[in-house]
Design a protein around this ligand. Structure first.
Ligand code: ADP
Length: 505
């Protein structure tokens, strides 16, 4: 049965347009070798724009995961004792090669995620910036010497690497979500097993190919691919194996909760970057045209499939009509749906049918409760089953699911407000707490909003806030831990206290 399925998929077709892409791999990467699943089973990775098969990759299982963890554990015994300078050099070489191969990497992302090529290039540049940043940060993960209460004793706090980290990543930023974690943990002296999303494993494998070429020592960066069918059993090993000391996950809050539970058994550290429900708040003092331009970025980047994407637009009643009119015009004129490789396309498909159904349902539910569609609101079947129109909804109420849930699609939901207190209450009325956006020219108001918004990140007068330098992360059910900045590397260390006594003897 297994062999039969393998052959059928094998004969199925790898579409000719992908054959020239030299960073496409069809094996997993463990202990510096390109390997198949022990079962020999593979699964197809498809382009969400047209369902064409890009490649087939190993469908690895729990035993393969265990093998990869053992490999990472063995490599840790060497890597942990390397100097910060050595680790910095390795990361720098990897960064340089990724920069040289940016265009090829971007093509891989567009093929498997459907996002426009310009956005894929942006993701590669963003993803690479973490390798560069952590190449530098590796040399600044410092300990402390604390003034001691005893005259003949010294107190040392040193930072030591945690050990093996299991890295589980999503499909929306298939490259950057890996470099952001792996750059940090390698800088700290840890090793890892990466399990990319079943929808987008190819960027991870391309990164592994470049890691190999860059001379990243074997066993430090392992990538295992699994279908959704095996995700839970593989995830269990990656969370529960005794050698694993940290689970670093980016994805839905639901899956994050499962992994957090599994990690609890072994009292393991977690770094969780989960869903958001970002408010985008526009006060009357704001430059409305500028706020609209930023809103387009905050909403339509990756077609709304971003955890920091603006989810609820709160617009002050004095500027509401102007904002809504401007948004309608911009969506009609600037959102061009199509294949990510086509010139001029700004919005690709949603990642899969499941996502299309979720977005459609949220919009239909809102309409049934009185929301009004000003633009979009439908699947564009003539382009393909996964294309959903860029959509503008007004008359949205806090009782609607489109308000309380993360939409993860190209839907702008507008809510009118009157006072600062009122908007703060509505914006904070969510269990999520990742990103938030505020547009105002009133300095006092900017500070008040920054302090009172219950979100891990607040952008004042900007629609994009991610970079390698700041600390990225959420509060409440949006997660635990920070990525990027020096804190991102420190997440993968623990503080060791050494008491140096008897110094007078
Ligand atoms: P989405 O539903 O948007 O794909 P998920 O949070 O479900 O987001 O997926 C993010 C990552 O989590 C993917 O790599 C997926 O394979 C993985 N995943 C999903 N379910 C589990 C699970 N039970 N255990 C471990 N990993 C899982």
């Amino acid at each position: 049965m297994v062999l039969l399925r393998f052959r059928i998929i094998k004969n199925m077709i790898v579409a000719p347009q992908y054959r020239q892409m030299h960073l496409l791999k069809n094996s997993a990467y463990v202990n510096g070798e390109w390997v198949k699943a022990s079962s020999n089973v593979v699964f197809a990775v498809k382009n969400p724009a047209d369902d064409s098969v890009i490649a087939e990759v190993p469908d690895m299982d729990a035993a393969d995961a265990k093998n990869a963890v053992d490999t990472a554990a063995a490599a840790f015994e060497t890597w942990r004792w390397t100097t910060a300078k050595e680790r910095s050099r390795v990361l720098r070489k990897w960064f340089d090669l990724c920069e040289e191969n940016s265009e090829e990497l971007a093509k891989v992302i567009t093929a498997e995620s459907g996002k426009p090529l310009a956005e894929s290039r942006g993701e590669i540049s963003y993803g690479n910036s973490f390798l560069e940043w952590f190449a530098d940060t590796a040399r600044h993960i410092n300990g402390e010497i604390i003034p001691s209460p005893w005259p003949t004793k010294q107190i040392l706090l040193t930072r030591q690497p945690l050990g093996v980290v299991s890295v589980i990543t999503p499909w929306n930023f298939p490259y950057a979500m890996i470099t952001r974690k792996v750059g940090a943990l390698m800088a700290a002296g840890c090793t890892c097993v990466v399990k990319p999303s079943e929808d987008t494993p190819l960027a991870a494998l391309a990164a592994a190919e470049l890691a190999e070429q860059a001379g990243v020592p074997k066993g430090i960066f392992n990538v295992i691919t699994t279908s959704r069918k095996n995700a839970a059993s593989v995830g269990k090993v990656l969370c529960e194996d005794h050698a694993v000391r940290c689970i670093s996950f980016t994805g839905s809050t639901g899956v994050g909760r499962i992994l957090y539970g599994l990690a609890a058994n072994g009292i393991k550290k977690v770094a969780l970057e989960l869903g958001g429900n970002a408010p985008f708040i526009v006060f009357p003092s704001a430059d409305i045209e500028y706020a609209l331009d930023q809103a387009m970025l905050a909403k339509f980047r990756n077609n709304g499939q971003a955890c920091v994407g603006a989810n609820r637009f709160f617009i002050h009643e004095d500027v509401y009509d102007k904002f809504v009119k401007g948004m309608k015009n911009r969506i009609s004129q600037k959102c061009v749906l199509g294949h990510g490789t086509q010139e001029g396309v700004t919005c690709g498909p949603l990642i899969n049918l499941k996502q299309v159904k979720i977005v459609s349902k949220l919009v239909e539910d809102a309409i049934s409760q009185g929301a009004k569609v000003l633009v979009g609101g439908k699947v564009r079947k003539e382009l393909g089953a996964n294309f959903y129109e860029s959509t503008l909804l007004v008359n949205v109420k806090p009782s609607m699911s489109v308000f309380s849930e993360e939409v993860f699609g190209p839907v702008v939901s507008c809510v009118k407000f009157n006072t600062e207190e009122e908007v703060l209450k509505m914006a904070n009325s969510t269990r999520s707490g990742l990103a938030s956006y505020v547009f105002t020219k009133d300095l006092g108001q900017a500070f008040r909003m920054s302090s009172k918004l219950e979100f891990g990140m607040v952008a004042i007068n900007d629609g994009i806030l991610s970079a390698a330098e700041p600390a990225f992360g959420g509060i409440k059910e949006s997660g635990i831990g920070r990525e990027g900045s020096k804190h991102g590397a420190e997440e993968y260390t623990e503080l060791k206290y050494t008491l140096m006594s008897g110094l007078d003897k």
